[in-house]
Design a protein around this ligand. Structure first.
Ligand code: GLA
Length: 383
């Protein structure tokens, strides 16, 4: 919802009509996500446990003149028109805004799936996922675009393939070497469930969320967005890869705690930190899933706290403002655990809070931090 109280779907549909003077052929919606635990593990073939949000990004699409890609981003009031006669190459868009690079990348890869038939499209987007907050607004945008094009062109694409296509668009056109978690949950999310993702097998196990009468997850905005997030993210990924290479394992999923013993002098400090974080975080994800399954909320909260400590102190992907917010939130009554979520370096925090204490926490945060209760939603769909 934006300030006008209308959903992204309604806004995408209305802005399509305003921009193009016609009704869209298809409107698709893809969710954002909150990751409950398991960050900086997906690109190491590890485990993550996100939940798809009810809020997402909507894409309205319809036929345009052949050879035209006409895109309207209603939230930004920006419009871009491209000639589609030739394949798009990432270098052409090096100076474009990220949102547009993602859309161009998805369009380019999807038209391959459509056997490169030259058919123009016009697209209007609207989104409710806070941008740059670690709630996967980019994946929601990519997957909404891919789902709308899939339906508009009558393609039937396996959802996992669609997630991989969107990840590839982000790598090649967005220049961000992300893992698969965000796109995966954007296609596979299920209302009311956490998704324990095995990022090597690309398989998923549903995990029950706490009963609403017992506890709920609350999302809180730190209001901070760090510069150079992308390069810091890329540096962590690189450290994981070079560490795996030195340890002689395919990825850090295969490392164990001996690998980061202080005596292992083969590894640089950065690499040793990466190994320690990934090995312990993978274990915490599995333990957290068991804890939720057993309704052991205290243990689940401890896992979240330990996860934050590792992300902040071992992998060093948090920042003082987020650490301060996490510490404050933990002092509120009924907070069982709190951690950063997503890629880090600013953004939102997720806390597990006893039901009767949620209002108190929100009051304690006051006007300083926007917050919302987790409302889960389904994966990408035509609406
Ligand atoms: C970003 C990436 C994901 C994942 C998280 C950290 O959201 O897109 O693939 O690596 O950071 O867990």
């Amino acid at each position: 919802m934006d300030g006008t109280g209308t959903s992204a779907t309604d806004r995408a549909r209305a802005s399509y009509s305003d921009a193009f003077g016609a009704e869209p052929d298809v409107v698709a919606l893809a969710p954002g996500r909150v990751n409950l635990i398991g960050d900086h593990t997906d690109y190491c073939d590890g485990y993550a446990l996100p939940v798809a949000l009810e809020i997402g990004c909507a894409c309205a699409v319809g036929e345009a003149d052949a050879r035209t890609l006409d895109v309207f981003a209603s939230d930004l009031a920006l419009r871009e028109v491209l000639d589609t006669s030739y394949p798009f190459a990432p270098e052409q868009f090096a100076s474009s805004d990220a949102w547009f690079r993602y859309i161009v990348g998805v369009f380019e890869l999807m038209r391959w799936a459509n056997r490169r038939e030259a058919r123009g499209v016009q697209m209007a987007f609207a989104g409710d996922v806070p941008v740059g907050g670690g709630l996967a607004s980019s994946a929601a945008l990519e997957v909404a675009a891919a789902t709308a094009l899939e339906a508009h062109w009558d393609l039937e694409i396996d959802p996992l393939v669609k997630a991989l296509v969107c990840q590839r668009a982000e790598h090649e056109f967005g220049g961000v070497a992300c893992g698969i978690m965000d796109q995966f949950v954007a296609v596979k999310g299920r209302r009311g469930e956490g998704l324990l993702i095995d990022c090597r097998e690309l398989s998923v196990r549903p995990v029950p969320l706490p009963e609403a009468r017992d506890a709920t997850f609350v999302l809180i905005d730190s209001g901070v967005e760090r510069a150079n997030r992308e390069s810091a993210y890329a540096a962590r990924r690189l450290a994981c890869e070079t560490a795996a290479e030195k340890l002689g394992v395919p990825s850090l999923r295969d490392a164990d705690q001996d690998a980061y013993a202080p005596l292992n002098e083969e590894l640089t400090d950065e690499e040793r930190r990466a190994v320690e974080h990934v090995v312990t975080e993978n274990q915490r994800v599995l333990d957290f899933a068991d804890a939720l399954g057993a309704s052991d909320l205290a243990r689940a909260g401890e896992n979240m706290n330990d996860s934050h400590r590792s992300l902040s102190e071992v992998l060093r992907v948090s920042c003082p403002e987020v650490d301060g917010l996490v510490a404050d939130v933990r002092t509120a009554d009924g907070v069982l655990g709190a951690r950063m979520t997503g890629g880090g370096f600013g953004g939102w925090v997720v806390a597990l809070v006893r039901a009767q204490n949620v209002d108190g926490l929100v009051a304690q945060l006051g006007a300083a931090h926007a917050s919302m209760r987790l409302v889960s939603g389904d994966g990408a769909r035509v609406v």
